[in-house]
Design a protein around this ligand. Structure first.
Ligand code: UDP
Length: 329
C-alpha cells in the first residue's frame, strides 16, 4: 500500500482527504502539531505529532515512514487574522513549507500536492477566475500561498520536484457519512456561524460588508464541498504518481457558481427551518467582493465537483453540527 505523508491531516480538509486516501487504498500518515487539528479526526493511519518548524522532526518522519508522496495542508488559513499578524503567516506558511520541501529533496521524495488558495489572485479582473488570471494577493495569507507556488515552480525546474497546487475557493460542508466535519476554534467561517445563529446556539450573524459592488451588496463566493476537495487531492496525487504531471501545475477548485452572503443566509434558513438573525457590519479587511472559479481540473486530473448545489453543502454542515459539534465562540 502506498504511503502518503499528510501535513495538517488532523484538520478540516486534511482529515476528509485522509478518509478519501484510505478509501483509494493509500495509507495516510498524518503529520500534525494539533495546534488547530483534532486527535479524533485522525482515524485512517498513524498520527505523527510533530511540527514543521522542526527540520529534524520532518526528516525523521521521512526516514521512518518512507512515504511515496506528500499532501501539504498544514498552515494558517484566516484572511482576517493574516492582516493583523503577517509575521505569523509568513513563518507558519512559508518557512515551515520550505523546511518540508528541504526534507523532501534530501530524502528523495519528489511529489507533492499543495493547499493553495483563490486568495492568491487578489481582486479579480475577469470572472470567473481562470488559472491563468494574474496573481496579485491583497492579504498576507494569499501572499504566503503565492510564495510557495512560485517556489514549487522553481524547484520543479531546478530539482525536478513535481507538484500540483490546488487553489481552493470556499471549502464548506461535512462528510456525508457524518464521521467528520468543520471544527475550528474559534469558528470564523460563514456557513457554520450562520447555522449556529439560526439554531440560537451562537450570536446573530455579522454580515461583513453590505456596500460591495455586487447584486445585493454582500460578498459573493464559490462554496465547494469538502468531500469534493478531498477527491481532488486524491486525483492530483494519482496524476503525480502516474507521471502525468511533469513539473508544476496549478488548478482551481470551485463549482463555478457564486453565492452572496445573503444567498447563504436564505439557504441556511431553508435548511434549518429557522431564520438567521443577523446584523450589518463593516467590511472585513482583505476580502475581495467576488471570487468564482473556472477550472482546468476536469481536463488535467479528471475531477469535477459532485455536490454543486448550495443546499446540499449546507445540509451536510447542518447535520454535522446538529449531531456532533457545538460551534465554539
Ligand atoms: N462572512 C460574513 N460574516 C461572518 C463570516 C464571513 O459576512 O461572520 C463573509 C466574508 O466576508 C466572506 C464570506 O462570508 O465574504 C465567506 O467568508 P469565510 O470566512 O467563510 O471564508 P473566506 O472567504 O474567508 O475563506
Amino acid at each position: 500500500m502506498r504511503r502518503i505523508l499528510v501535513t495538517g491531516g488532523a484538520g478540516y480538509i486534511g482529515s476528509h482527504t485522509c478518509s478519501a486516501l484510505a478509501r483509494a487504498n493509500f495509507e495516510p500518515l498524518t503529520f500534525d502539531n494539533l495546534s488547530t487539528g483534532h486527535r479524533w479526526a485522525v482515524k485512517w493511519g498513524p498520527l505523527i505529532e510533530s511540527d514543521l518548524r522542526d527540520p529534524r522532526a520532518i526528516r525523521s518522519a521521512f526516514e521512518t515512514y518512507a512515504p511515496d508522496g506528500v499532501i501539504h495542508f498544514a498552515g494558517s488559513a484566516y484572511v482576517g487574522e493574516s492582516m493583523m499578524q503577517p509575521r505569523g503567516y509568513f513563518r507558519n506558511n512559508v518557512e515551515s513549507t520550505l523546511n518540508l520541501l528541504d526534507a523532501m529533496l534530501d530524502c528523495g521524495v519528489d511529489r507533492i500536492v499543495f493547499s493553495s488558495s483563490c486568495a492568491t489572485y487578489g481582486l479579480p479582473k475577469v470572472l470567473p477566475i481562470q488559472e491563468s488570471h494574474p496573481q496579485h494577493p491583497i492579504n498576507p495569507y494569499g501572499e504566503s500561498k503565492l510564495f510557495i507556488e512560485r517556489a514549487l515552480w522553481w524547484y520543479s525546474q531546478a530539482y525536478r520536484l513535481r507538484s500540483v497546487a490546488l487553489r481552493y475557493f470556499n471549502a464548506a460542508g461535512a462528510d456525508p457519512d457524518g464521521e467528520l466535519g468543520e471544527a475550528h476554534e474559534p469558528e470564523t467561517h460563514l456557513i457554520p456561524l450562520a447555522i449556529a445563529a439560526a439554531l440560537r446556539s451562537g450570536p446573530p450573524l455579522r454580515i461583513c460588508g453590505t456596500d460591495y459592488s455586487t447584486p445585493d451588496g454582500t460578498c459573493v463566493r464559490d462554496y465547494i464541498h469538502v468531500s469534493d476537495l478531498a477527491a481532488a487531492h486524491v486525483a492530483s496525487l494519482r496524476a503525480l504518481l502516474n507521471g502525468h504531471i511533469a513539473d508544476f501545475t496549478a488548478l482551481n477548485l470551485g463549482t463555478g457558481i457564486g453565492h452572496s452572503v445573503l444567498d447563504v443566509l436564505r439557504c441556511v434558513a431553508e435548511v434549518t427551518g429557522q431564520p438567521v438573525p443577523n446584523q450589518a457590519c463593516p467590511r472585513r479587511p482583505g476580502d475581495p467582493p467576488v471570487l468564482v472559479a473556472d477550472s482546468l481540473a476536469q481536463s488535467v486530473i479528471g475531477w469535477s465537483p459532485a455536490h454543486c448545489a448550495l443546499p446540499d453543502i449546507v445540509r451536510s454542515a447542518y447535520l454535522w453540527h446538529q449531531e456532533h459539534y457545538e460551534v465554539p465562540f
